[in-house]
Design a protein around this ligand. Sequence first.
Ligand code: ATP
Length: 786
Amino acid sequence: QDTSEVPKEKHDYQSDVARLRKIVINSLYSNRDVFLRELISNANDALEKLRLTALKEPEVLTGAEELNITIQAFKDDDGHGRIVIRDTGIGMTPEELTKNLGTLAKSGTSEFLARAESTDTTGTGNLIGAFGLGFYSSFLVADRVYVSSLAAKSSQTPEPAQYIFSSSADESSFETYPDPRGNTLGRGTEITLILRDDALEYFDTHKIADLVNKHSSFSSQFPIYLFTQRTEHVPDEETVEESPAEETLEKEVDEDEAVVEDVDEAEETEIKEPKMKEVVVDEWIHLNSQPPIWVRDPKTVTDEEYELFYQATFKDYEKPLAWHHFSGDTGSGTSFRAIIYIPSKLDDAYWTNPLATSSKDLRLMVKRTFITSDLGEDALPKWANWVKVVVDAEDLPLNVSREQLQSTKFLKQIRQILLKHILQMLTRIMEEDSEKFEEVQKVYGNVFKLGAVEDKRNRDKMVALVRFHTNQRNSTSLDEYLANKKKGQNQIFYLADMGKTPEFLANSVFIEKLDARGYEVLLLGDPLDEIFVQNMRVWKKVQFQDVAKAGLKFGDEADPEEEKQELEVLTEKFRPLLDWLKGQAEEVVRDVVISNRLVTSSCAVVADMFGYTANIERMMSSAPANQGSKSPMHEFAKKQKLLEINPKSPLIQGLLRRVEQLPAEDEEPDVEAENELKEVASVLIDGALVRSGFSVQDSNEFFIRTDRILRRSLGVSETAPTDTTVKPAPPVDPEIKAEDDFSFLDDIPGGDQPGVYIPESLRDQVSWEVEEIDEEGNPVHPRDEL
Ligand SMILES: Nc1ncnc2c1ncn2[C@@H]1O[C@H](COP(=O)(O)OP(=O)(O)OP(=O)(O)O)[C@@H](O)[C@H]1O
C-alpha cells in the first residue's frame, strides 16, 4: 500500500550486518532454500518466548488467540509476488525492530564473517549451518523485505503499536515507520518477502510444503499452516436450477440422435451426470500435523526423521553421530520421554576451556511445551556438556518457573537418569558397533580421558571408553592392556610426549628394550594423556610406570640379589667413566648410572623418581610463571635426572678405555687428549638429552662442538679458520629517491594498494583486519558499504 504519507526513520546498518548481508546476497545462491527454515525458526522462537512470558504475565496472550505460524504466497498480476510469513509470537517494539534486525549481537560474528569472506561458496554453506544466518537469509530470495511487528501487550509495553521495518537487498540502510494499515496482526510478526525475479519458484506451494516438511516440520511445536488454493470440479447447481431451458434443449438434441442410435444409449443419456464447474477452494493446510517424534514409538520413527529433528532442533548443519530414544519414570512418579543425541563434532570452543561451560542444549518440555534449555550449572558433569537432549515430562505442573524447576526432585532425578543413559549408550556403541565407536573415539576420545579425571563417580565407566595407541596396536583399552601383560609384569608401561605421533614414540630410546622383549607400552602423544595418567596412578591395582623415569621393572628379573650383584660388578668396572662423566654432566643431571633399559642406544637421560620427564618439563614451562614454573621446587625437579649409560655399547666401552688412559691426577696432564674427550662427552650428553626429548642447554655451543668433531672425523684441520670477510653495508643515506622502482608491484594483484600481499595458495588460510588511521594515528572507522 501507499506509504508515501508515513513519516519514516532511516537507519544505517551496523557494519557487521552490512558485511553479513553482502555474504548472504553474493555467495549463497545455491543454499537459498535455507531462508524458510531460518524464518520459521525465528517465528518458533518468538512463540516460545511468548508462551514462557505468559507463565508470569498472562496478559501477553491478548490480541491473538491462536499460537501459530502461517505462510502465504501471493502472485501479482504482473508476475511478481510475495511470500508472507506470520507468527503470533512475542513480536517486536519499534526499538526492538531496529536493534534486533539492524545489529548483530551474536558472539563470534566477526570471526564467522572473516571465515566466510575468505572461503569459497561451498565452504560458506557449512559455515552458515554452524552459525545460522537468521533473518538476513531473507535477502537470498527477496529484493525487498518488510517486517511488520506488533509487540505483545505487557506491563512494559502497555500500548503496543504495529511498526514496519523495511529494507532492500542493495541498500546499506533500512527504514522504520508506523504500519499505515494500523493494528492488523493482533500480536506478533509478519515478514513479507518481495521475491526476486529469479526466485519465483517459491510461489509453488508444493515447493514450500516440501521445504517445510523436510527442514522445519520439527522446528516448531506450534502449528504451521500453509495457504493453498485448489481447483475442484463441483456440480454446477446454478445451471441445473436456473436454466432449465438449456437442459430441455440438450434433451431434444438427444432425442434427435436416438433416432439413429440404439435404445440403450438413449436410456443412458437420460441419467446423464450433472454439468460440472471449476471452483477455487481456499484451504489452510496444517504442515506439521504429526505428533513430535519423541512421543512416537521409536519403531515408527525413521533414521532420517531423527536426523532432521536433530538438525532443526539444535541448529546443527551436520547429522548426529548417534542417538538414543527412550521413556521412563523418575522414581518419584513423573514419567518422561527423551532422546539423547551425540553430535558429530565438538564445538571449536570446547577445548579452550572444557570445564568452564555448562550445557545449554538440554531441552526440557512439559507435556510437549518447551520450558527451558538451561537445566542449571551442574545438570550434567562437565565432560558431557556437549550432549544434546530433548526430554518431555508428563506429570509436572506447566507453570513451574525456571528457578523452582532447578530445585525440584524431578530435575535431580532426571540428571542422573540422563547421565546413566548417556554412559549406557556409549558403552553399547563400544560393545556392538566398532566402526561407529571409532568415529566416536575420533571426536570424543580425549573427552573420555577428561571424564575419567573429572567424574570420579563414573570413573570406571569412563576409563572403559578410553583408548590408547601402543607399540603393538593402534588402539587398546586399559583392560585389554592388562589382559596382554606379561607374567610377573606389575606395571602399566607408558611413554608420554605431547605432540608426538605414536610412530615417533615407538622409536624412542626409552622403549627399545621393552619393545625388543615384547612388552606393550602405551604411547601417549596428547597433553591430556599425562594428566590422565597422573590422576589415575593405578588401574585395577597395577601402577602406571613412565618408562622415561627411574623405577622401571620388567617383573621377570632373576634373583634380585643376583641382579644387584651384577649391577655392582658393572658399576665397579665402569666406575672411572661414571665418575668422570658425572663431572662433565653436572649441569644437566644429578648422577650417571648403569642402565637396564637400553639395547642399541649408548645412553639416555631419565627422570628420577621425583624429577620431571621431558613431557612434564614442557608442560610446566608452558604454564604461566605464577603457576609454579619458576619456583624453586620446579628448578629442583628439573635437575632430578639421571644419565644412564649402556654398558654393552661399544661407544661407551671405547669411552671407558679412553678415560682410563687419561693421566692420573699426580701425573702430568695431557690437556689436548682431555679436551678432546670432554668434547665427545659433551656431544654425547647433549645427544642423549635430545634423544630423550629434552632440549640442549646451549644449542650454539652444541653446534660449534659438533662442527669440530666433524672436522676431526674428516681429517680437516680443527684450527683452520673459515674466511669470515664479508662486504660491509654502504654508508648511511636517509634520502628516499623518487624514481625508485616499484614496478615489481605490478605483478602482484592489488600491489598498487597499501596492504599485505598474500600468495594465492594461502589466501583461504589467513585472515587479517586492517585498521585505517588518521594523521594523528587514531583509528578511523569508515562506514562499510555494500
Ligand atoms: N519473528 C520474530 N519475532 C520476534 N522477534 C524476532 C523474529 N525474527 C527475528 N526476531 C528478533 O531478531 C533477532 C535477530 O534475528 P536473527 O534471525 O538474525 O538471529 P537469531 O534468531 O538471534 O539467531 P539465529 O537465527 O541465527 O539462531 C532475534 O534474536 C529476535 O530477537
